[in-house]
Design a protein around this ligand. Structure first.
Ligand SMILES: Cc1cc2nc3c(=O)[nH]c(=O)nc-3n(C[C@H](O)[C@H](O)[C@H](O)COP(=O)(O)OP(=O)(O)OC[C@H]3O[C@@H](n4cnc5c(N)ncnc54)[C@H](O)[C@@H]3O)c2cc1C
Length: 402
């Protein structure tokens, strides 16, 4: 599956998918027909993840083609993404805790011979569970797995192989082109029974056989119960949701980052943007090696976005603080303008850069998209709270129903 990292390619894919985004999606979305044959889903996740196209564009286009009733399932899936992102904004410590627990588990596993062998076998696709081993290779080669395969995979990792969920989530982040701090961490926690407390997801052989159309049947190989994992109570909402924060300045340097590469029609028109720079934070997705499918896609997305600002726009991949400072100084700019970066690697990179920038009186202005602003306030509990607000949210966003 060749993934061309441009907005045009995202829009083309959306266009092709529109015909099947209604009742066809509702009926067939759970079938995984195998690599190069994911014909019942949109494959838009890498484009949405990097916001080469936006959730608003996807939802508006689908609703221009189908009624909300016919396309409800698809619209809800897009809202799952926004729900997870908003949920994480309410509790950014869940991302921090995941990263520190990942390091902890990597340390522990290196000291436990048996666990280490099981971990290495899982990463190499040599567990003897044919479907699981197949998905390991599909993921490494293509950078994508169908949603149902992700659920089965995570469940087998946690409940059959009995490996720490953080190591599996990290394996996904190292290999998924759409790898996202919120969707990935929270989906793994959901399968483990930590997101919806006490409710885990068990992969069953007959379900795998049915929805892979008989390609796999791991009968007798999978654990037949999934006791939800537990952890100390720490479900406290400790974050005030972000809002746009635009500092007045005579000129701005635009910072395009991998969480939001779509720079058309979204900044106030009267702003004097004198240059643009890209910030690539792919390396911060994991302490382990990132698959080159991912870095190439992220780089391509940034390059294609920056192209409209001229041919010589730099992409910073490390030393974010000193590099940004030097560009600001060179261009005589004191204000950096960017889309808000939600909890995850880009926000981590910005956090690292902040002290040096502030010390040098460089301010950061950021714009929060209306889409996120409308949805995130409802994303503090379960998905149902967001789901029942969908028609209202669409109305507030002026998205027309057909
Ligand atoms: C263990 C696990 C890990 C996951 N990790 C990620 C991840 O890192 N990044 C990611 O974008 N998605 C993740 N997902 C969610 C989902 O599997 C993918 O978004 C989906 O498979 C992408 O394929 P698609 O674009 O063809 O989806 P479609 O079915 O066409 O859905 C349309 C869009 O809705 C969004 N979406 C769909 N399902 C979900 C979902 N369950 N949660 C959140 N958003 C969703 C995606 O942006 C997707 O592009 C994960 C799911 C599981 C079970």
């Amino acid at each position: 599956m060749a993934m061309v990292a441009t907005r045009e390619e995202g829009l083309n894919r959306l266009d092709i998918f529109l015909n099947i985004s209604g009742s066809n999606y509702t009926q067939f979305r759970n079938y995984d027909y195998g690599p190069n044959n994911h014909k019942s889903v949109s494959l838009l996740s890498p484009y949405l993840r990097h916001r080469l196209i936006t959730e608003r564009e996807v939802v508006s286009s689908v609703l221009a083609k189908h009624s909300l009733r016919d396309s409800e399932k698809y619209i809800q899936e897009v809202f799952w993404r926004s729900y997870f992102k908003g949920w994480m904004e309410h509790r950014p410590y869940v991302w921090e805790k995941y990263k520190s627990e990942l390091n902890n588990q990597l340390g522990l596993i290196s000291k436990n011979k048996f666990l280490n062998i099981a971990y290495e076998q899982a990463l190499a696709g040599q567990t003897g569970i044919k479907c699981f081993d197949f998905w390991v290779n599909e993921l490494k080669e293509t950078g994508y797995l169908h949603n149902h395969a992700r659920m089965w995979f995570a469940s087998i990792w946690i409940f059959t192989l009995k490996l720490p969920w953080e190591l599996g989530a990290d394996f996904f982040l190292c290999n998924l082109i759409d790898g996202d701090a919120a969707s990935n961490t929270l989906s793994w926690r959901w399968v483990a029974g930590l997101h919806t407390k006490g409710k885990s997801y068990l992969a069953r052989a007959d379900n795998i056989e049915r929805f892979t159309c008989g390609r796999f049947n791991p009968k007798g190989q999978l654990e037949d119960s999934a006791d939800p994992l537990s952890e100390p109570e720490y479900d406290i909402i400790d974050n005030v949701l972000p809002a746009s924060d635009l500092h007045q300045a005579d000129k701005y340097l635009l910072l395009v980052h991998e969480d939001d590469c779509q720079t058309e029609q979204c900044f106030p028109e009267n702003l004097n943007i004198t240059g643009a720079v890209g910030l690539q934070s792919t390396a911060l997705r994991s302490v382990n090696t990132i698959n080159k499918n991912i870095s190439e896609f992220a780089r391509g997305a940034l390059e294609s976005s920056l192209m409209k600002f001229g041919p010589d726009n730099k992409i910073i991949e490390k030393d974010w603080a000193s590099e940004l400072l030097s560009i600001c100084k060179k261009q005589g700019v004191r204000n950096i303008l960017m889309h808000y970066a939600p909890t995850g690697p880009t926000a981590d990179a910005i956090k690292k850069a902040m002290p040096l920038l502030l010390e040098n009186q460089i301010e950061i202005s950021y714009i929060l998209r209306e889409w996120d602003k409308e949805i995130w306030p409802f994303a503090n509990k379960g998905f149902f709270k967001v789901k029942k607000k969908i028609p209202k949210i669409l109305e507030s966003l002026n998205i027309r129903l057909s």
